[in-house]
Ligand binder design. Structure first.
Ligand code: ATP
Length: 339
């Protein structure tokens, strides 16, 4: 089911929590809304689910308007399923009955609904726990029950509000794979909210970076990472140094050094973004002093202080780098933020 937002806005006590968002989410897309705490992500999800009326603009699902000033289709008539970080399972029902519930609501008899539930429990590898109560499962297993229930609901649109936030990092990685498998199996459009950029990169077809109630950039993960449009996006995604520069065509003059631009030619004053992969630590003639060095997952990360540059440059190295060491580096390229 496609989702169209047009100037969608919601105010609380006169202050916008969602501040005029216009975008189209295609049917079947895995669309991630990424932003810091308080930027309005949950409010946007609640507007789409129909849990809140909006103040301005419209929301259309599958081409039909469901929210507008004076129009509010209730949540149960929207064909939308919601997965919360708190799982929202019925504690008194078995795992099987939790999953069978939407099927019974759709009018299936009890036995048929339970057979259908077993099929969805197989999909999420929970068959052997079908008779347990949710309280007797781990967090990851409970979230899989919630996913099986979404599959059972057959909804064309699934909204997920930080569903992995309560899980430990190891389990999160596994659940990311399960979420992608769920997306494939259901064919549903997924709108997924998170403040975790790593999770957003791993899951999304497209990411919308949200700031103060607005989408500041919408694009594929690699666009957002490699070609940020604002300083906020550059700093929020990955590690970056932002430096003032004079752009003179194909290169940027950073003061002590001149660097090739990775986008098209640009002229005038501007800001450039430097990420770890823009640096070559193995060869070059720019002296750079390593600081804040940490060993992280098979390599060393830290920052390189170059004389005359206002910010230290984040680096990653497979070879050992020690704090205080001076390296001779090259800067391969820089991305200039659009004016
Ligand atoms: N029911 C409400 N009444 C008043 N203000 C609210 C209400 N719900 C949200 N807000 C405010 O709207 C803004 C956006 O909140 P929202 O929960 O949508 O942000 P969020 O990005 O989901 O944050 P988090 O990641 O912390 O959940 C916040 O300033 C919040 O305090």
């Amino acid at each position: 089911m496609s989702v169209d937002l047009s100037e969608t806005a919601k105010l609380f006590a006169g202050k916008p929590a969602v501040d005029g968002i216009t975008t189209r989410i295609e049917a079947g897309e895995f669309f991630v809304v990424l932003g810091p705490s308080g930027c309005g992500k949950s409010t946007l999800l609640r507007l789409i689910a129909g849990l809140e009326p909006l103040d301005r603009g419209t929301i259309s699902l599958g081409g039909t308007a469901v929210s507008a000033p004076g129009l509010h289709v209730p949540p149960e008539e929207r064909d939308v399923a919601v997965v919360f970080q708190t799982y929202a399972l019925w504690p008194h029902m078995s795992v099987r009955d939790n999953v069978a519930f939407p099927l019974e609501c759709d009018g299936l008899g009890r036995q048929a609904a339970r057979t259908g539930a077993d099929q969805h429990l197989r999909t999420v590898s929970l068959t052997e726990h079908a008779d347990r109560k949710p309280a007797d499962l781990s967090g990851g297993q409970r979230q899989r029950v919630a996913l099986a229930r979404c599959l059972a609901s057959g909804s064309g649109l699934v909204l997920m509000d930080e569903p992995l936030a309560n899980l430990d990092p190891h389990l999160r990685n596994r659940m990311e794979e399960e979420l992608l498998a769920f997306h494939k199996a259901s064919g549903a459009t997924v709108i997924y909210i998170t403040h975790d950029q790593r999770e957003a990169m791993a899951l999304a077809d497209r990411i919308a970076v949200m700031e103060a109630g607005r989408f500041v950039q919408v694009g594929a993960p690699e666009d957002i990472h490699d070609r940020p449009e604002t300083a906020h996006v550059a700093r929020f995604i990955g590690r970056a140094a932002l430096l003032e520069a004079r752009l003179d065509g194909a290169t940027a003059d950073l003061g002590p050094i001149r660097v090739a631009l990775s986008g098209g030619p640009r002229k005038g004053p501007g800001q450039v973004v430097l990420r770890p992969r823009d640096l070559d630590l193995g060869s070059g003639n720019i002296p750079a002093c390593a600081e804040q060095v940490f060993y992280r997952g098979g390599g060393w990360e830290g920052a390189l202080r170059v004389q005359g540059l206002a910010e230290a440059l984040p680096f990653r190295s497979d070879a050992r780098v020690t704090d205080g060491e001076t390296l001779q580096i090259a800067i391969k390229q820089a991305w200039a933020l659009p004016a």
